[in-house]
Design a protein around this ligand. Structure first.
Ligand SMILES: [Zn+2]
Length: 479
């Protein structure tokens, strides 16, 4: 197996850390719990960000930026919200060498500062809806951290919207959840289950939290995005009032929704293997790398010239590529390096290939077995096909995993057996009582991930207490 990478079967958690290290995605910083996102990791995040930013704009939103620091008194206005977030907040007590009159919180999320701003922006119903997104960093003091999945500071986007009616706000929540589902499935090749959270897993201050949940290769769940219906809670706390159509003052209905750099962790755990990172072609910063092979100087310039020509042809075809023309690195070492970094397709071209007018092409996810030759003029078209196919294959394999390891059970013993054993998503009837949910958590460490729309009216008997139930949530152990 690849040097420096623990096998998944041996220790999944160490494998994850190893892949991130060898692929040069990120590393720990001098501040515990914070990470340095290295250029390769950041380039992947940029691709995710650009794809999502386009979708956010297509759905009618605009970007803006709000301050990092939030006065304590402002945060404290929504009681449930502050109670939920205070324990994990970093607080600035000094500035300019003096103790501040009022402590400033480093944003854990921006409802407080944004809702109080919107209050000034809205006078009449004509000012609504307000549809704004922000790309930013946030800080949540985490005790147990893991690169990308849980870090004290992370990057994310947070959409915040205000609406005239509850119905419009609910539509917004559903619309953005669907945007996240599309991002996960169409770009990250990561199939998800979408639904509503139980009360215990709800965002602090929300009336409803909707989420998408993906299944990692170790069959644990990863919450990949959330969309919150905030009702009028924040409007009342932050005075988001407007003159309604009837002339009366009304409170706005608000939503918020976000995804973070955690998605990069999800990407790693969805597709990568014991040889390193595997990237879905649509998100790969580089989709193809061209490795020129030559033993003597005689044909070096000829091979290099052809490699550069192929590189230009790929760029013209809209394929992100690079010629690895480093003289001091041997071809084998180059193969190894790009494999670890997850570049979807590798092209090899040597003197013999040149004479035959062809190049060797290898897919990252399939490895040696996928080795084929393509005539030089056919290369751009062929690579384009392989990239599309690989994107589809990664999604298909991940969906098969999700389907194979989703179980429907009626009996508690079956639920506990799976959640304490092979793991996976378990759909089981639940009466809605938090005590039953808590018992599952205590005995299996699994939580309710989501209740899918279609499972909100599914008559049965609670898997824990046996009482009548209408809900059938997905239980799973989660990251
Ligand atoms: Zn029950």
């Amino acid at each position: 197996m690849a040097k420096g990478i623990t096998r998944r079967s041996e220790d999944y958690s160490r494998w994850y850390t190893d892949v991130i290290r060898v692929a040069e995605l990120a590393e720990h910083s001098v501040v515990k719990g914070c990470m340095v996102i290295r250029p390769w990791g950041y380039a992947i995040w940029e691709r995710i960000r650009d794809a999502l930013d386009a979708m956010i704009k297509e759905t009618g939103h605009v970007n803006a930026y709000f301050p990092l620091l939030i006065p304590e008194s402002l945060l404290a206005r929504e009681a449930e919200h502050v109670e939920g977030f205070s324990p994990e907040c970093a607080v600035v007590t000094h500035g300019g060498g003096k103790k501040l009159a009022e402590p400033l919180y480093v944003r854990p999320t921006s409802e407080a500062v944004i809702c109080s701003t919107y209050a000034r922006w809205m006078e009449s119903w004509r000012d609504l809806p307000i549809l704004v997104n922000q790309w930013a960093n946030v800080v949540r003091w985490e005790m147990r951290t893991r690169l990308f999945l849980r870090t004290t500071e992370f990057l994310w986007q947070e959409g915040h919207t205000a609406h005239e009616t509850a119905g419009e706000a609910r539509e917004e929540v559903a619309r953005m959840l669907d945007v996240y589902r599309r991002l996960a499935e169409e770009w990250l090749a990561m199939p998800v289950r979408a639904g509503v959270k139980s009360a215990s897993e709800r965002f602090a201050g929300a009336e409803e939290t909707w989420a998408i949940e993906a299944m990692m290769q170790d069959r644990r769940a990863l919450q990949a995005g959330t969309s919150h219906f905030l009702g009028q809670n924040f409007a009342k706390a932050y005075d988001m009032k407007f003159q309604g159509r009837s002339g009366d003052l009304e409170y706005a209905w608000s939503t918020s929704w976000g995804v973070s750099t955690r998605l990069v962790g999800g990407l790693v755990m969805s597709h990568s293997d014991d040889r390193g990172l595997v990237l879905p072609p649509r998100l790969a910063p580089l989709q193809a790398v061209i490795v020129p092979i030559y033993r003597s100087d005689e044909r070096r310039s000829e091979v290099m010239g052809k490699a550069a020509e192929i590189g230009r042809a790929l760029e013209d075809a809209g394929i992100r590529s690079r010629v690895d023309d480093r003289d001091h690195v041997k071809p084998g070492a180059k193969f190894f390096e790009w494999e670890k970094k997850g570049v979807p397709v590798r092209l090899e071209i040597g003197p013999r290939d040149l004479d035959a007018g062809q190049a060797v092409v290898v897919r990252r996810d399939l490895g040696k077995e996928s080795k084929e030759t393509a005539s030089l003029e056919a290369v751009p078209g062929r690579i384009g096909e392989l990239l599309d196919r690989m994107q589809d294959d990664l999604f298909r394999r991940a969906r098969e995993r999700l389907e194979t390891h989703t179980h429907e059970v009626e009996e508690y013993a079956d639920l506990a057996g799976i959640l304490n054993g092979e793991l996976g998503f378990v759909k089981a009837p639940w009466c809605g009582n938090p005590a039953c949910e808590e018992k599952v958590k205590e005995e299996t460490t699994a939580t309710i991930r989501v209740i899918e729309e279609a499972e909100r009216d599914h008559p049965g008997r609670c898997v824990v207490c046996g009482r009548d139930s209408r809900l059938r949530p997905i239980f799973a152990r989660a990251y």
